[in-house]
Design a protein around this ligand. Structure first.
Ligand code: AMP
Length: 215
């Protein structure tokens, strides 16, 4: 299974991709995670990327394309992959198409996780990661038991630096201007599937599986 997960920041792409990865045994490839890893390593490239990420803008296409092209050639991506947060611009989508043509591994589907913009703000401002387990939680939506399980075990609920209101607003603007046109892009290729992303993680996951089974 080779799929792209499309959708605004906060629509649940990362959460759904992780569930799918565990179920189907194929890697979740998140350009956001890979960029944050580079930032954490403190390389010069990482420092530059951090400025862009913190401002809510997009890292240049050539940079993410380089990362993706290397990543998709690794053996663990041979049996499939879930692209999460890539492509984000038309240039990236066209280059991905070309790269997959070269590798002779065409995309099965691009799934849009469809959600209202008002819900996104709550999802993004409330989003936290448990420092011990990496579990994604939300102070508005997760149960108190789930939140306590992390802190009681000595973990911390970490907020991403770009999940503050100012950066979120600019990330949503960038999504609207640069990434939303990809809905039409994938639709015109007959690859688009739309999944209603309002609901619990498990409800949305069920819908996602159904959409993928439709073939
Ligand atoms: P994400 O975790 O997917 O929300 O990505 C966090 C940030 O990383 C974005 O706001 C961008 O600054 C950068 N980023 C991630 N993926 C891409 C991409 N495909 N193209 C350009 N910038 C990206």
């Amino acid at each position: 299974m080779r799929i792209v997960l499309l959708g605004a920041p906060g629509c649940g792409k990362g959460t759904q991709a992780k569930k799918l990865m565990a179920d189907k045994n194929i890697p979740q490839i998140s350009t956001g995670d890979m960029l944050r890893e580079a930032v954490a390593h403190g390389t010069r490239f990482g420092q530059q990327a951090k400025l862009t990420i913190d401002s809510g803008n997009l890292v240049p296409d050539e940079v993410v394309l380089g990362i993706i092209s290397e990543r998709l050639r690794r053996p663990d991506a041979a049996d499939g992959f879930i692209l999460d947060g890539f492509p984000r611009t038309e240039r990236q989508a066209l280059d991905l198409e070309e790269l997959l043509d070269q590798l002779e591994t065409p995309l099965d589907a691009a799934v849009l996780l469809d959600i209202d913009f008002e819900i996104l703000m709550k999802r993004l401002t409330g989003r936290r990661t448990c420092s011990l387990t990496g579990q994604l939680l939300n102070i508005h939506f997760s149960s108190q038991e789930e939140l306590d399980a992390c802190t009681n075990a000595g973990g911390e609920l970490i907020q991403r630096e770009d999940d503050n209101e100012k950066t979120i607003t600019s990330r949503l603007d960038v999504y609207h201007a640069r990434t939303e046109p990809l809905i039409e892009f994938f639709s015109s290729r007959g690859q688009l599937k739309i999944v209603d992303a309002v609901g619990s993680v498990d409800e949305v996951y069920e819908r996602l599986l159904e959409a993928l089974q439709e073939g």
